[in-house]
Each structure stands twice: as C-alpha cells, then as structure tokens.
Design a protein around this ligand. Structure first.
Ligand SMILES: Nc1ncnc2c1ncn2[C@@H]1O[C@H](COP(=O)(O)OP(=O)(O)OP(=O)(O)O)[C@@H](O)[C@H]1O
Ligand SMILES: [Mg+2]
Length: 324
C-alpha cells in the first residue's frame, strides 16, 4: 500500500532525512519511532505531498507522490502535529467545512460526516464548539477530519501527544480499530505506544533508519544471549552451583527476590534452549520450581541499543565526508 524508496530531504546544510526506505502493507499499522528531531514529521509531510523531497520517491496505493500528488492526496488522511481546528466552529460545522475543502461531492458529505463522527465517537459532542472540548476530544476531531473522505491511508503525527493517560488509551484503541479498513502510519517518540498499537516498527534516529522490524525481530537482532528468568523456593550456594553446571549455561546472576523465594537470570548461547535441562536439575535437587520464563528485551532497551550503536558509524562517516 505504501512504498518509500530512498527518500532524502535537506534544509540547506541540515540533512533532515537520509535515504529512508520502508513499506507498509494494506491494513497494517506502522510506527515511526524516533526521538525529537529524528525526521518523523519531515517524512510524513513528504508522504502527504506537503513538501517535496530532495531525492528519492514513494508510492501510495500505486500512485507516485511527486507525479500524481492529487491522486495521492485523495487517498490520504493526515493528522498533523497540531491539527488546524477552528475553536469557534461546532464539530459538525468544522467537519463539513473540511469535507468541502477536500472537494467531496455534495452527496458524499453527509455520509462522510456520519462515518467520521461514528468512527471517532463524536456523536455526543457533534453540536458543541470545538473550543469547549477537552484535548482528547479535540484530537478525535483531528482524526475525524483526516477520515472524512474515507481515505485508504492515514498518516498521524504523534496522535497521543499531550493527552492524559485515559485519553491516550482511548485514542490508541480508536486507532487500532481503524486499522484493517485503513493503512496507518503513526509517529511517536514513546516506545510503549509503538508496541501497544503497531505491528511493524521503523526506528529512525537523526534522519536515518536504524531498524525496521516487528517487535520480536527487533529484540532478537540485538540479543547476544538467551536469558531465562528462574524463580525457585529454596536456593543457596550449592543450588547456584548446580544451576551453573547445567549443560549450555553461560552465566547465572542472582536477582532481588521475595522473602521465601530466590530469583536468578540464567544465560545461555543464542539459539540454545536449556529449559528442559534446567527444569530437570531444579526439580531433581528439590529446589522447588516456581517460575521459568524466557526474557525478551523491551522495545525501550532495543531502541537505546540501536540508536546508541548508530552514533559510532555516523560520526565516522561524518569524518570521512569532511576529509574528502
Ligand atoms: N523548515 C525547516 N528548516 C530547517 N530545518 C528543519 C526544518 N524543519 C525541520 N528541520 C530539521 O530537520 C530535522 C528533522 O525534523 P522533524 O521535524 O522532521 O523531526 P521529528 O522527528 O518530527 O521531531 P519531533 O519529535 O520533535 O517532532 C531536525 O533537525 C529539524 O531541526
Ligand atoms: Mg515531529
């Protein structure tokens, strides 16, 4: 549905995005995850035909964003960082106004309005002034204006920023419900948001993509060893030695634990499953197995590792460029 190929954008000497490529399948939600200034908004503005790229290309529903911008715009709904809302209009007036600007045929306006109000849960406030709505509801109006022409693709720039925790959950649920019917790209600098809402994550740091993957794949990419969290009822120095002696175990680190139990992190080589041997040892020596589970890196750790690893090659590249 969306294919981005080697997009780059320079503002004078500032490289905002550099060689950005990724794809999004129909009905999928993709998170564009990166810290401030990473180039998220820049990429989204280019995809929505608000500004040209310096080089590269992208297609949306098969249409080239530079060659057929009108066809692309018809298929995209965009929620910018600060949605252009008019506080003195009612929700309904505003949405009709947007529908007209977007050139919806007269007969399509009412159905579009009804659909957007329904999808965004705005029924109860449709006659209220936008200026009197809570921030969460204003964000819903922002989403509704992006949806009014029933576009195939939704591009949402930090849709939950500035909302309270309850509103964040509501908006995330709303966005999840829109996937399937719509293909969605959302940007965020909040890691749990990417995992809570999206199937695919593109991590961008200082204009460059440092990883594109599902969350599980991202985790395994930076994992150097398998880790198992083990909790037992009775553990002493002798049991620690027995666990260390299990075939394949590289390292055992005792963890803070409750009064009547002992916790360890047991590490083995990547790709080696020691659970069977480990559980056998624990049971045979009467340690009282309480819990044994593989540990997967949180996206936050992955993000930190990937973006910090990126610093080295980038600074090296810079020196190479400067020297040439
Ligand atoms: N109009 C502009 N002129 C010059 N530089 C710009 C312009 N717009 C953005 N930049 C620069 O491009 C880079 C990427 O900015 P962008 O707004 O795309 O980042 P972002 O990932 O959306 O960040 P944030 O999380 O803060 O919204 C930044 O270094 C920014 O300073
Ligand atoms: Mg931004």
């Amino acid at each position: 549905m969306i294919a981005v190929k080697q997009l780059s954008k320079r503002y004078g000497p500032v490289v905002a995005i550099d060689d950005v490529s990724f794809t999004v399948d129909k009905g999928e939600i993709l998170a564009f995850l990166g810290p401030n200034g990473a180039g998220k908004t820049t990429t989204m503005r280019i995809l929505t035909c608000f500004m040209p790229a310096t080089s590269g290309t992208a297609t949306i529903a098969g249409f080239d964003i530079f060659e057929e911008p009108m066809a692309v715009k018809r298929r995209i709904g965009y929620l910018p960082e600060s949605p252009p809302l008019y506080p003195e209009m009612t929700v309904e007036e505003y949405l009709v106004f947007v529908a007209k600007i977007k050139g919806l045929p007269r007969a399509a306006i009412q159905p579009g309005l009804k659909g957007a109000i329904e999808k965004c849960g705005l029924g109860e406030v449709s006659r209220r002034l936008i200026g009197n709505l809570s921030k969460g509801y204003r964000q819903r109006v922002g989403l509704a204006q992006a949806l009014i022409h029933n576009p195939d693709v939704l591009i949402l720039d930090e849709p939950t920023v500035g909302l309270d925790p309850r509103q964040i959950i509501e908006i995330r649920e709303l966005i999840k419900g829109l996937a399937g019917d719509h293909t969605i790209i959302l940007s965020t600098h909040i890691l749990p948001e990417a995992t809570a809402v999206c199937q695919k994550v593109v991590i961008i740091s200082r204009g460059r993509i440092v990883a594109v993957d599902s969350q599980e794949k991202l985790s395994s990419r930076v994992r150097k060893s398998e880790k198992i969290s083990l909790r037992i009822r009775r553990g002493d120095a002798a049991s620690l030695e027995k666990i260390k002696a299990v075939a394949g175990v590289l390292q055992v680190s005792p963890q803070a634990s409750e009064e009547d139990e002992v916790a360890y992190i047991v590490e083995s080589n990547l790709g080696q499953d020691i659970r069977e041997h480990l559980s056998k040892t624990v049971v045979e020596h009467g340690m009282g197995l309480l819990e044994m589970k593989p540990l997967v890196l949180s996206l936050e750790e992955v993000f930190l590792q990937l973006t910090t690893e990126e610093k080295m090659p980038e600074s090296q590249q810079q020196t190479v460029k400067d020297a040439s």
